[in-house]
Design a protein around this ligand. Structure first.
Ligand SMILES: Cc1cc2nc3c(=O)[nH]c(=O)nc-3n(C[C@H](O)[C@H](O)[C@H](O)COP(=O)(O)OP(=O)(O)OC[C@H]3O[C@@H](n4cnc5c(N)ncnc54)[C@H](O)[C@@H]3O)c2cc1C
Length: 591
């Protein structure tokens, strides 16, 4: 009896101890929690579409905070395993996944059909393909729970796009019904293999060769980074025999995992990478040993065609960074509102509120940026040439800056949770590990910054289309005091002029990242101000726009206090758990 009573006492003490720790966001509804997303979606979706789609956002919000979150934790701790041979010693390589990963696949490919929603009617009860805004908003909710699987989901979606657009009729008829299926057991998923040891950024250096033998193309080479290594169809670049060196000689191929007669194609997954993050998903090395592949589109413009997939992936990466940052902020808020130190909840301390403000700013920027970019894609798909130019520059802008911001945001969220944030039982370590891949996939920060400045600004002149639209939004934001709008007008023009100057002068190449960041900050500041001015939207976004103006677009004296009184008041309003009216913030942005 004594032993039992003492065990019970110890148990009660442990329970009391647990109450000291702030909860995490597991079990919460990620859509209901997201005031920013709920406020902005109606600005970018038609009323009727929003009404039809909102139940799906709500449903995914609950799944993401609930079952998906549980599965993601398990899958992260049970990474995939490569089985190189079968028991007869045949090179029938395959990858074993944990049941948790398979269940996540069913949610993604079977229930929500992420891979098909842009390409055919009938997903989520829609009578046509979903608008891009809706697709990326759903990706954003999903990734707040699971990041790794979004790679296979997105790359299947983007592979379908390339095959629909560039493949000949026979290949389309062969591949698309399998790839667009929602039968998770039999569907064909896609991927994209470009990088080799000779080059990731420098794609023109790749060494894989395509030979035309006995009436079909066969590939020989070694692909060094292959995410979703066991996909059913991989799109890849190879140099056809006799083609010129560099990017000009690259053609685009579709590599099936199985041949038409069901046999395994002649390539091997040599090993899986032991990765810092994205552990639920398999990235491997692939040895091409005369594998049969189908030529996709024009043999002379392989890279140009492939860049469509790269750009779609870049947009999705920006969305994924926005999602992971949102999860970081939600986790930080859960800590800040519940953890007690020195007798007060830690959110009451000015220094911690300032830390939260710095954390929230890139989160909300990336939300505004991805919705605006996805909307430009919807307009471009409907034939709007200016929107196509905007999309051209916004895509790498979002990818470059949001992925970069994700890293300090993840670290800061860990710090707000304190020591538990460093412990693998909590989500923060995974958020930190996963954040880092964003600056590598689909081009590093330098490569994306060069794309923005050298090509989107220098060659396509896409900044003009962006600038014109942003000026129109500023002009339309009449509910905002004129003085503040003028200041932002001025900074926007300066950012555009800076980007143009760097693009025009090769000697300024080292300034490309600074110029790209300035464009991102100016764009997001204008968007947030415009959003705040919309009836029934979220007035707090005007305060975020002012923070950007003061801290990212204007010079600061490093020896003067950075936080004026207005910033303390702004933090109170930004973190208030109630709706904030525009009248409450206008005084603060007039100053
Ligand atoms: C886990 C993981 C999974 C991946 N999955 C895939 C996949 O499925 N398919 C695929 O094709 N690839 C994949 N990659 C490869 C990834 O896209 C490349 O690693 C990335 O593009 C960088 O290429 P690299 O590694 O060759 O680095 P490098 O190109 O050698 O770059 C090294 C450094 O040089 C810098 N640099 C290069 N050129 C310039 C320049 N002109 N100016 C300034 N700086 C420059 C880069 O910014 C970088 O900092 C994956 C990578 C990882 C880590």
């Amino acid at each position: 009896m004594d032993a039992l009573a003492s065990q019970r006492r110890l148990g009660e003490a442990a329970d009391r101890g647990a109450a000291h720790l702030a909860p995490d966001c597991g079990g919460l509804d990620f859509y209901a929690l997201d005031r920013g997303l709920r406020a902005l979606l109606p600005l970018y979706l038609r009323d009727q579409d929003f009404r039809l789609l909102e139940p799906h956002f709500e449903r995914l919000g609950v799944i993401a905070g609930g079952r998906l979150d549980e599965l993601a934790r398990i899958a992260d701790k049970h990474p995939p395993v490569l089985r190189p041979r079968d028991r007869y010693g045949r090179d029938e390589d395959w990858i074993d996944y944990h049941g948790a990963y398979r269940e996540m696949e069913t949610i993604a490919f079977g229930d929500f059909q992420f891979h098909a929603m842009s390409h055919r009617a009938g997903t989520l009860g829609f009578d046509r393909p979903l608008p891009s805004v809706a697709k990326y908003a759903l990706q954003y909710l999903f990734v707040q729970a699971e990041f790794g699987l979004m790679c296979p989901i997105s790359v299947t979606d983007t592979s379908i796009h390339l095959i629909r657009k560039f493949a000949d009729q026979e290949l389309r008829d062969y591949l698309l019904p399998k790839m667009l299926s929602s039968d998770v057991a039999t569907m064909w998923k896609g991927t994209q293999f470009m990088t080799e040891r000779a080059g990731g950024s420098d794609v023109g250096a790749l060494e894989t060769v395509a030979r035309y033998e006995d009436g079909e193309w066969r590939l020989y080479g070694d692909k060094w980074f292959c995410s979703h290594a066991d996909a059913d169809v991989a799109l890849l670049l190879a140099r056809t025999e006799g083609a010129p060196a560099g990017t000009k000689g690259l053609a685009l191929f579709a590599l099936p995992r199985r041949l038409m007669d069901g046999r395994r194609n002649a390539y091997r997954i040599v090993r899986l990478k032991d990765k810092l993050g994205t552990r639920s998903m398999a990235s491997g090395e692939i040895l091409l040993q005369g594998a049969v592949a189908y030529l996709v589109g024009d043999i002379n413009v392989g890279l140009k065609q492939m860049m469509e997939q790269v750009n779609l992936s870049r947009l999705s990466h920006g969305v994924r960074a926005a999602a992971m940052m949102r999860r970081c902020l939600n986790e930080a808020m859960a800590s800040a509102r519940n953890r007690i130190a020195f007798g007060r909840t830690i959110i009451e301390y000015p220094l911690l509120r300032r830390q939260l403000l710095k954390l929230a700013l890139p989160v909300e920027q990336s939300l505004s940026m991805f919705l605006f970019t996805a909307h430009a894609m919807d307009l471009a798909n409907a034939g709007d040439a200016d929107a196509e130019l905007r999309l051209r520059i916004l895509t790498p802008l979002l990818k470059f800056r949001a992925c970069r911001d994700n890293i300090p945001v993840a670290t800061s969220a860990m710090e707000v949770r304190g020591g538990n944030g460093y412990i693998e039982e909590w989500i923060n370590p995974r958020l930190i590990r996963d954040a880092h891949i964003g600056v590598l996939w689909e081009g590093t920060s330098n490569i994306n910054a060069l794309d923005i400045i050298t090509r989107a600004v220098g060659k396509s002149r896409a900044h003009h289309a962006l600038g014109t639209t942003l000026e129109q939004l500023l002009d339309a934001a009449t509910a905002i005091p004129t003085g503040f709008r003028n200041r932002l007008h001025d900074r926007l023009r300066a950012a555009l002029a800076f980007a143009e100057r760097v693009a025009a002068d090769a000697a300024l190449e080292a300034d490309a990242r600074q110029a790209a960041s300035a464009l991102y900050h100016a764009t997001s500041a204008v968007l947030m101000l415009w959003e705040a001015s919309r009836p029934d939207c979220d007035a707090r976004r005007a305060l975020l726009a002012r923070l950007l103006l003061e801290h990212r677009l204007s010079a600061q004296d490093p020896l003067a206090p950075a936080s004026g009184n207005w910033e303390g008041e702004a933090a109170e309003l930004i973190f208030a758990e109630r709706k904030v009216a525009l009248a409450e913030v206008t005084g603060m942005i007039e100053a």
